[in-house]
Design a protein around this ligand. Structure first.
Ligand SMILES: Cc1cc2nc3c(=O)[nH]c(=O)nc-3n(C[C@H](O)[C@H](O)[C@H](O)COP(=O)(O)O)c2cc1C
Length: 365
């Protein structure tokens, strides 16, 4: 019997992933405010470490801000100073010393969706500056519904953000990450430049599709140039804005092909987040067709995400050629050992970590 495709390795450049079941980035809003701003905590170690002990092959961290203004909330993680990098190193060391999993970091800037309340405070919307918020920036002074309007970025601001992505990538390499993902989705800064629903600029960072994609691709170049040749680069995009006049699948195929030419090895295909008025109906695997189209028409490896919950569903996606890997978010929170169970369910006898071997189900599961 052949092994399930979910449990076959995948090589991206010189990184060998033991299989194709991965963890999608998930903000934990669990950094301490104040002096330790943006520094991952014990929470992050246990949260991310549990996916390593649970058999995931690739673990992506939550969105890590490339500068302080790029944090979604005051409790977000960052990778813009040495204390943050040192704390990430503790986590990458744990993963590497205790499992065969690989770990990547998602580099992000929230743009006009930054400086929002800590979600666990029960409040929503933008934090005013006297209450610890900060000025947000974006391509144009257009607010996301219910948020403060951002300041329109100057050309110098744009160049500074590109440099911040590069510096963050250098820190990520030093911190021991195996790969880096650029967050170009969900209505955050790079997507804000990409979407005509948000970007009203008439300079070279806006206007037509080429101008609107320029920042995303400049960041790809900057990060690609900062990481070793053998390290794969991932790019998360929103394949559609689910709104008239916004990003659509055809535009995403074109962007993905250009990103691949510039050294992106896998497109992590998500959707939405640019505007509040989205015409979307989520359901099982609702974004997988986008990953399939991009894989076919842009000729680049894809990861798919979105309401994928069972081992059979993941195996079907891979066997039917829709994607090269499967990201889980909420299903992984529900069961951090999802991949151990998935192996058993698909009849694949994988090596469990020695600490867990006595729990391996030898008869009926
Ligand atoms: C708690 C939580 C935090 C999230 N944070 C991020 C994030 O930091 N970056 C990102 O790209 N997506 C983020 N997402 C979106 C997930 O990565 C994923 O794309 C989405 O939840 C759909 O997958 P699912 O149906 O498996 O949950 C988050 C989702 C959840 C549930």
């Amino acid at each position: 019997m052949t092994d399930p495709l979910l449990f076959t390795p995948l090589s991206l450049r010189s990184l060998e992933l033991p299989h194709r079941g991965w963890v999608s980035p998930m903000c934990q809003y669990s950094c301490e405010p104040g002096d330790a701003e943006g520094v991952p905590t014990d929470w992050h170690l246990v949260h991310l470490g549990s996916f390593a002990t649970g058999g995931a092959a690739l673990i992506l961290t939550e969105a890590a801000a490339v500068n302080a203004a790029g944090r979604i909330s005051p409790r977000d993680a960052g990778i813009y100073n040495d204390a943050q990098a040192a704390s990430w190193r503790r986590i990458t060391d744990f993963v590497h010393n205790n499992s065969s999993a690989k770990i990547g970091i998602q580099l992000a800037h929230a743009g006009r969706k930054a400086s929002t309340y800590w979600p666990f405070s029960g409040r929503t919307g933008s934090v005013a500056t006297p209450d610890g918020g900060w000025e947000t920036v974006g391509p144009s002074p257009v607010a996301f519904d219910g948020y403060a309007a951002p300041r329109e970025m100057t050309g110098d601001d744009v160049q500074a953000v590109i440099t911040d992505f590069r510096s963050a990538a250098l820190r990520a390499v030093d911190a021991g990450f195996d790969t880096v993902e650029i967050h170009g989705a969900h209505g955050y800064l790079l997507h804000q430049f990409q979407s005509a629903l948000i970007n009203r600029r008439s300079d070279s960072w806006g206007g037509d599709e080429e101008g609107r994609n320029r920042l995303m691709l400049a960041v790809v170049d900057a990060v690609r140039g900062a990481i070793p040749d053998g390290m794969p680069l991932l790019l998360r995009i929103s394949a559609t804005d689910w709104a008239d006049g916004g990003v659509d699948l055809d535009a995403s195929v074109r962007l993905a092909a250009q990103a691949a030419e510039r050294g992106v090895d896998l497109i992590d295909v998500s959707s939405g987040g640019a505007v509040a008025h989205q015409s979307i109906r989520p359901g099982p695997g609702y974004q997988t067709a986008f990953a399939a189209s991009i894989r076919e028409h842009a000729g680049v490896a894809t990861g798919t995400v979105g309401m994928i919950t069972t081992a059979e569903q993941a195996e079907h996606i891979l066997v039917s050629g829709q994607a090269d890997g499967v990201f889980l978010a909420r299903a992984a929170l529900r069961d951090p050992h999802w991949w151990l169970r998935a192996g058993v369910e698909l009849g694949f006898s994988q090596d469990w970590l020695p600490q867990y071997q006595r729990a391996y189900p030898r008869g009926a599961y």
